[in-house]
Design a protein around this ligand. Structure first.
Ligand code: ADP
Length: 351
């Protein structure tokens, strides 16, 4: 039985190397009885981006061929080798401007803002991509309704590229395509940065006017990796009224302004700034104080880009896989004003 499983698995091709997983010794171990099949896959590369895709393929194949047996597919990684060779290949040459979207804390709406900014830029006629680098909660696949997407590899001019998802005219690559949701929390920065580097340089971005990078909240290794791997034109900070006074926001700003990093902070967006009940459309309730982000911006010499209220359509949009800008003209207007300020900023220099 083990031999026939082996023969079956030799039809699975690793998208990057083009070799089958038996021949390339990824299939490390097969144990099989009529009731139970266990296959261990060991990938020579740390955090191989195709591991999840191959695991699912193997699982599917075994279930179809041996429906009576319980199947377990274990994925392991070989011990990392000494310092990896510098990645020379890169697909980022045709990207005009990279904008990092950051926040002091999670839950302030950074991912929602990134998705809506991307769509607004797209509606203004720009070619846009999103790199979702939020290892603690990659939510762009959900924002654009492409959660199940498993990236494939493709060879362009002799280089192996990873094919991004595409939704609403936006190219999307997310760390979420390579990990299961439960994995995200246990990922350490060092492991994630390996996969990120590959995502940055091997994604077939094509020509883009803007690449928006959805960073994890706070400051950390992923930020440094993104900063060192990509030429970032400017950073946008997202905060809520509650969070603005908290030191994390200031630390975020300082990270971009630090010596030798010196990335211009294009501005701050205040999200969930006020609430307007549907039956009282003229009333604005500033539940957590008014004007905090504007004051913070002034005190720190940062442009204030604008605010976005708490609106049901924004929340529903991110659940339904269609950012609210697509369907809600009121929200579209808020985002249009913010985005105009971003593209007019000298650091971005589109106008
Ligand atoms: P972060 O990326 O900062 O962790 P998210 O973008 O995931 O935050 O947003 C957190 C939650 O807040 C989501 O459920 C999202 O739908 C909701 N949300 C974000 N902005 C708004 C808004 N302006 N109005 C209503 N809900 C919002």
């Amino acid at each position: 039985m083990e031999n026939s499983i082996k023969a079956l698995l030799s039809t699975v091709i690793h998208p990057e190397t083009g070799r089958n997983i038996v021949e390339s010794q990824i299939v490390e171990h097969i144990a099989a009885t009529a009731e139970k099949i266990t296959v261990a896959l060991c990938f020579p590369k740390v955090r191989d981006p195709f591991a999840l895709k191959i695991k699912q393929q193997v699982q599917e194949m075994l279930r179809t061929a041996y429906p009576a047996a319980a199947t377990t597919v274990i994925v392991k990684e070989a011990a990392p080798k000494a310092a990896p060779a510098v990645e020379k290949r890169t697909q980022t040459g045709a990207i005009g401007r990279v904008i990092a979207v950051a926040s002091g804390k999670g839950g302030v709406g950074k991912s929602t803002v990134t998705a809506n900014l991307a769509l607004t830029l797209r509606n203004m006629g720009y070619r846009v991509g999103i790199l979702d680098a939020d290892i603690y909660g990659p939510s762009q696949p959900r924002m654009f309704g492409v959660e199940g997407y498993l990236p494939d590899a493709e060879t362009v001019d002799g280089e192996v590229c990873i094919v991004p998802a595409e939704a609403m005219g936006i190219r999307l690559m997310s760390i979420g395509f390579f990990i299961k949701p439960d994995d995200a929390l246990i990922w350490r920065d060092a492991m994630a940065t390996n996969a990120l580097r590959q995502m940055i340089h091997q994604t077939r971005w094509g020509a883009l006017d803007f690449l928006l990078v959805d960073l994890p909240p706070g400051t950390g290794g992923v930020h440094l990796a993104v900063i060192s791997e990509l030429r970032i034109s400017g950073a946008v900070i997202v905060s809520t009224p509650q969070q603005i006074a908290v030191a994390d926001v200031r630390r975020g700003v300082e990270m971009f302004r630090a010596d030798k990093i010196e990335i211009p902070v294009v501005g701050i967006i205040e999200n969930m700034a006020w609430f307007t009940p549907r039956e009282l459309p003229e009333n604005r309730y500033y539940l957590f104080g008014e004007g905090g982000a504007r004051r913070f911006a002034e005190e720190n010499g940062i442009p204030f880009l604008g605010d976005v209220p708490i609106v049901r359509s924004v929340m529903e949009g991110s659940e339904d896989g269609r950012p609210a800008v697509a369907d809600d003209p009121t929200i579209e207007k808020f985002y249009r004003e913010i985005t105009e300020k971003i593209v007019e900023n000298p650091a971005i220099g589109c106008r």
